[in-house]
Every structure is written in structure tokens, then in C-alpha cells.
Design a protein around this ligand. Structure first.
Ligand code: IMP
Length: 425
């Protein structure tokens, strides 16, 4: 059959986990293709709230297989904790989860490098989740990395020791060090390695392509968001992988002509965690209210997320570079009772109006131009049909849709799987 993609279109935390979980009954396989435990995909159902970091969000669906693709970086210690956390759900996880032999492994020293590098940057820090993501991808592109396929060889620890020694030398050069305890990290790491070895380690590119030939439906689940993409995001305040649709091809080994639908997920407003430019940020009471009502605290780090208005210039850019075919709007319930709602439709830079996402959005001279909408006061969290939504919300949604020229096919009205309105567009 074919492959559909699901991607975040902002700076991450758009609610991708909820959507993957809600639509997995339509898919035979869910596959993660990039990033690692910097992601925190939150899923709520039947009174449970669960956060996944490395494991695909299709894991709770009885019938779907879940694949950790070659583009993902895996922290064995976090992986083990995730597996233990899933035990209470009786998921037959060893049968449901498959791991690419080509995925790279995050070493304890990668985490120390990440922390030391960030601390040494001072005010210029990226705001990394400190999970060792950047240093692991650096070793991947530097052709020094250790892959899942290596750990089944008896002499892989020799390779580990050589890389560790190299890392320790690098760490000693940083101005700032961290208080992470390497011995302790290594203990957890080797326990995690044992756990990874107990799974089906596969050539996931063959598995996925053969599955397509057999008529299976696959969903590729993105992590982070397009504006954090290493090439197209707000560099250097980005993550270290391609979070955009091209990343699904290289992170799974599935060719572009097999991709069918590309679903883009965005919030009715914008958030960003960590450093970096954010033209529509609200450093006022409205921003605080959005954070409070929307529980905008990092699922991985617990940090406050910065909140602001929806930026349609940025959204249009993300839609363009990903080839989005349908949109899903999340957390529209958070905007209830907020008063008038603004949405950015262009920027002013140095007195000039522009309607595209420029090379550099960090300049203080950049100001958003807003269109203002009437708000609504109704609680929409129990509404099941679009016709019952407040007319102001529908106006807001219709405007977004016509501005970006892509249909919004799903409206999320709360965190639970059931708080989802599918639109027949
Ligand atoms: P790293 O990927 O942990 O190195 O973090 C790089 C930047 O991406 C930082 O600003 C992080 O806050 C941000 N980031 C990484 N993963 C996520 C995510 O899953 N959601 C939101 N922001 C993220």
C-alpha cells in the first residue's frame, strides 16, 4: 500500500502523540524516523496519561506493529525505563516492537558532552533537553557511532571503550563540566543494552518496504517540529535531525514515491521550549494564561514552555517544505475565555512588510502584523460535532484554512483520545 506521514509544524509539542494514538486503528505499522528521547509524546485514554520518548505512539493499539527506524537515536537507559513503564498495560511488547539495527545508540558520555557543551555556551545555549541527541548525531555523521546492530557482536564493548576514551578527552576540554556520574550512567546504560538485545533487531528498511508490497498501511510518526529541523529550522536553535518529511525517507529507507498523505499537526497558538527566536511570543498575562490552561510544561524536561499567538507565516513555510496534504488543529479548547485572539499574517522587518519566513527571524527589528478575531467563552471540551462549536472558533479555523490553502480535517478539543472532531472535508 503506502506510507502516510504525521509531522509537527511548529517548534514541537503540537500534540502528535495524541493524534497518532487516535488514528492508529487505521494503520498496521507505526514507525518513528528521527530524534530520540528528547521527544515526549503524551497519550491520554481511559483515565491513563502516558508519555513516550523513544517508542512509537502506536504501541497502545492492539493490532499495530511499531518500528524504531534507522534515523532514531536510542538511549538504552531511557528505553529500559519506558519498557518497564509499559508493563502494566500487558501489551506483548516484545512482539509489537521492532528496532532497526541501523539506529544509533546514545552513550553515557554523549550526555556528558551535551551538558558540558551547553554549560560552556553560557547565554548562547540552545536550551537542549540534554539527552545527548546532538553529540550522538555528530558521531553518526562523523562515522564514529555505535549502532544497535553492533551490540550483538561480542567485541562491541571494545568499540565502546575506544569511543568513550575519545569522548572523555573532549569533555576535559570544556570550560564547564557537569556533575553527571559516569559510573552510574554506565550501569543503567548496560542494563538498557541488555533490554534492547531482547527485542527483534531488524533491517527495518526491508521490513517496511516489504510490508508496503504486502498491502500494509504504515504511519511515520515525526518528533519535534519543522521549525526545529536541522536544515530548515531556526538554526542554531534547532535539534540535530531532519524533522521534516524528507527525514522520513532517510530515517526509514522508504522512497518518496511511496508517500501518500502528509498530515501536519499544529496548535491553535504557538509554543517553544528552550532558547531561540519566537516573533509572536507573549511575555504577558495572556501568555501565562495560555501556559496555565494548556499545561504548557515540557513532557521531557518539565520546563515552562514559552507561549504566543499562532504564526501563519511560519505555518505556511512548514506546510510548503513538507508538502502537507491535511492539517490537524490542536488545543483549540485552550483559547476559550482568553478574549480576543490574534494571528500573525505577515512580518515587518526594518519598516518593510514581508509575507515569507526569512533567513533570520532573531532580529529584534522583526515585528508580527496581526489579524484580530473575536474570542468565545464556551467550554468546548465535551463537544462532539463541528456544528456545535462556537461560531467564532469556526471563523478562526476557516480563516487559517483559507490563508494556508490546506484543509483542516481534525479539530482537537482536549487531551483525551475521545476529544477529537473529525471533519469531512
Ligand atoms: P535537543 O534536541 O535536545 O538537543 O534540543 C534542541 C532544541 O530542540 C531545544 O530548544 C529543545 O528544547 C528543542 N526540542 C528538542 N526536542 C523537543 C521536543 O520534543 N519538543 C519541543 N522542543 C524540543
Amino acid at each position: 500500500m503506502s506510507l502516510d506521514l504525521l509531522l509537527g509544524l511548529q517548534w514541537g509539542d503540537e500534540g502528535k502523540g495524541k493524534i497518532v494514538d487516535a488514528i492508529t486503528p487505521d494503520y498496521d505499522i507505526v514507525a518513528r524516523f528521527q530524534g530520540g528521547p528528547n521527544a515526549g509524546h503524551t497519550i491520554e485514554f481511559n483515565g491513563h496519561k502516558h508519555v513516550l520518548h523513544t517508542i512509537p505512539s502506536g504501541i497502545f493499539n492492539k493490532n499495530s506493529k511499531n518500528v524504531i527506524g534507522n534515523g532514531v537515536v536510542i538511549d538504552p537507559a531511557i528505553f529500559l525505563t519506558e519498557i518497564n513503564g509499559l508493563k502494566k498495560f500487558n501489551l506483548d511488547i516484545n512482539n509489537k516492537l521492532l528496532i532497526s539495527k541501523k539506529a544509533h545508540i546514545i552513550l553515557p558520555t554523549h550526555k556528558i558532552i551535551d551538558a558540558s557543551s551547553e554549560a560552556s555556551k553560557g547565554k548562547k545555549k540552545i536550551g537542549s533537553t540534554l539527552k545527548g541527541i546532538g553529540p550522538t548525531y555528530m558521531d553518526k555523521t562523523g562515522r564514529n557511532g555505535i549502532r544497535v546492530g553492533d551490540i550483538v557482536n561480542n567485541n562491541w564493548e571494545k568499540k565502546y571503550q575506544i569511543l568513550k576514551k575519545k569522548h572523555l578527552k573532549l569533555i576535559s576540554n570544556f570550560k564547564q563540566t557537569t556533575n553527571l556520574n559516569l559510573d552510574l550512567l554506565e550501569k543503567e546504560f548496560f542494563r538498557g543494552i541488555k533490554c534492547i538485545k531482547s527485542f527483534n533487531l531488524i533491517e527495518s528498511e526491508s521490513y517496511l518496504n516489504n510490508s508496503i508490497l504486502k498491502g500494509k498501511k504504515i504511519l511515520a510518526e515525526g518528533a519535534q517540529g519543522s521549525l526545529l529541523d536541522i536544515d530548515f529550522g531556526t538554526y542554531p536553535y534547532v535539534t540535530s535531525s531532519n524533522t521534516t518529511s524528507a527525514g522520513a525517507c532517510s530515517g526509514l529507507g522508504v522512497p518518496p514515491n511511496k508517500i501518500k498523505n502528509i498530515r501536519g499537526v499544529f496548535k491553535a497558538y504557538t509554543t517553544r521550549v528552550g532558547s531561540g527566536p519566537f516573533p509572536t511570543e507573549l511575555s504577558n498575562q495572556i501568555g501565562e494564561k495560555i501556559r496555565d490552561v494548556g499545561h504548557e510544561y515540557g513532557a521531557t524536561t518539565g520546563r515552562d514552555r514559552r507561549c504566543g499567538w499562532l504564526d501563519l507565516v511560519a505555518l505556511k513555510y512548514s506546510i510548503q517544505i513538507n508538502g502537507i496534504t491535511e492539517l490537524n488543529i490542536m488545543k483549540s479548547d485552550v483559547l476559550s475565555s482568553i478574549g480576543k485572539i490574534s494571528v500573525c499574517i505577515s512580518y515587518n522587518i526594518d519598516g518593510k512588510q514581508i509575507d515569507f519566513f526569512p533567513y533570520d527571524i532573531s532580529s529584534k527589528a522583526i515585528t508580527p502584523n496581526y489579524k484580530v478575531f473575536e474570542g468565545w467563552n464556551d467550554d468546548i471540551t465535551q463537544i462532539k460535532y463541528e456544528k456545535d462549536l462556537p461560531k467564532e472558533l469556526i471563523e478562526y479555523i476557516n480563516f487559517i484554512e483559507s490563508f494556508v490553502d490546506v484543509p483542516i480535517k481534525l479539530i482537537s478539543t482536549g487531551p483525551d483520545r475521545d476529544q477529537t472532531i473529525f471533519r469531512n472535508k
